[in-house]
Design a binder for this molecule. Structure first.
Ligand SMILES: [Zn+2]
Ligand SMILES: [Zn+2]
Length: 354
């Protein structure tokens, strides 16, 4: 029997129910675990999808949250990478098989039997699903814990653990850097990180938006140029000009229009997840040997690399801090795109509740 401790969390018992306070069990740290007192947790759109069972397969009760920053309060006997007092992060995964080809290559997010998600995955130690970061504390194997650079503001660092790595990984994989012209489509939680990171990598960044009001914002975030994607004339000016496009839009949109902006051998990678299939015309790809692809978060080593990169370049997310009791309102605002650009929960607001 695994020993546990009951702690306070915020979650939901059903798809239609609002989130509210509940008690959950965390395992007592085993030899390779660290116990983390959670300071901040970002609010990702996946949290909302999962809490409301929109992707199906949600196990209740559900405690979301996979953009976790906190401080280590205890370590197991065999922990070698961390010590009590360290400021650390936990992202979308807390474990994987560690043996398959992908795990061996540091691509744990694509683990063959499947990674263990930070929430809503079968827990390897307990008879419950894993519970995420909308909670006082979390116990994680040290191999899935990240070091947070000391110079970064902690609350604004939390979103790097999902939004940051989700954009960093494809930008790295498709060799974005000096001399490359890169399009970022959609300026929200993911896209605003994409602009900052691509710019810091040395690329020339072109932001695409459907909203005139985002023009000045995109420039402030680091975009060299901003294009109104609904304006055919503005789009035509970029035909065949881009090396890579990061598409962070989760609404329906015309992929062929964007594929047309790629140079020969250019790639477009999806990180947003539209609900319905996107039609792609064969000649959008054939005429120019182009690739249409996707990317999901990043491995543990790459997530550390991303955090170190952000530390070096002083990159954090633009956030709006909330109290845990505001989470249901925050979800409603998230649905309207009414956030610049990520909500982060101050977890003191949970600890201070009865
Ligand atoms: Zn996420
Ligand atoms: Zn694996």
């Amino acid at each position: 029997m695994t020993e546990t401790t009951n702690i306070k969390a915020y979650g939901t018992e059903a798809a239609e129910a609002p989130l509210n306070q509940l008690g959950i069990d965390r395992r007592k740290p085993t030899a390779h675990d660290v116990e983390i007192d959670i300071l901040y947790c970002g609010v990702c759109h996946s949290d909302l999808h999962t809490a409301r069972n929109e992707w199906h397969g949600t196990i209740y009760p559900c405690v979301p949250g996979h953009e976790i920053v906190g401080r280590i309060v205890s370590v197991g006997d065999h922990v070698s990478k961390f010590k009590v007092g360290d400021v650390v992060g936990v992202g979308c995964m807390v474990d994987s098989c560690r043996e398959c080809q992908y795990c061996q290559e540091g691509l744990e997010q694509y683990c063959e039997p499947g990674m263990t998600g930070t929430y809503n995955s079968p827990d390897k130690y307990l008879d419950t699903p894993t519970f995420g970061g909308y909670s006082e504390s979390v116990v994680v194997d040290e191999n899935f814990v990240l070091r947070v650079p000391e110079n970064l503001e902690l609350a604004a660092t939390a979103p790097l653990l999902c939004a940051g790595i989700t954009t960093y990984s494809p930008l790295r994989h498709w060799n974005v850097g000096p001399g490359k012209k890169v399009g970022i489509v959609g300026i929200g939680g993911l896209g605003h990180m994409g602009i900052k990171i691509a710019k810091a990598m040395g690329a020339e960044v072109v932001a695409f938006t459907t909203s005139e009001s985002k023009f000045a914002e995109a420039k402030r975030l680091g975009a060299d140029e901003v294009v109104m994607s609904k304006d055919a004339g503005q789009m035509a000016a970029y035909q065949g000009k881009l090396h890579f496009i990061l598409d962070a839009v989760s609404a329906e949109h015309d992929i062929n229009a964007y594929l047309g902006l790629l140079r020969v051998d250019g790639s477009l990678a999806l990180v947003g997840a539209p609900e319905n299939p996107l039609p792609v015309a064969a000649f959008s790809l054939i005429a120019g040997r182009k690739s249409f692809s996707g990317s999901m978060i990043g491995g543990i080593a790459e997530t550390q690399e991303m955090l170190d990169f952000c530390g070096e370049h002083n990159i954090v997310a633009d956030i709006e801090m909330i109290d845990i009791r505001q989470i249901n309102d925050a979800y409603e605002r998230l649905l309207k795109g009414d956030v610049k650009y990520r909500f982060v929960i101050d977890m003191a607001s949970l600890k201070n509740q009865d």
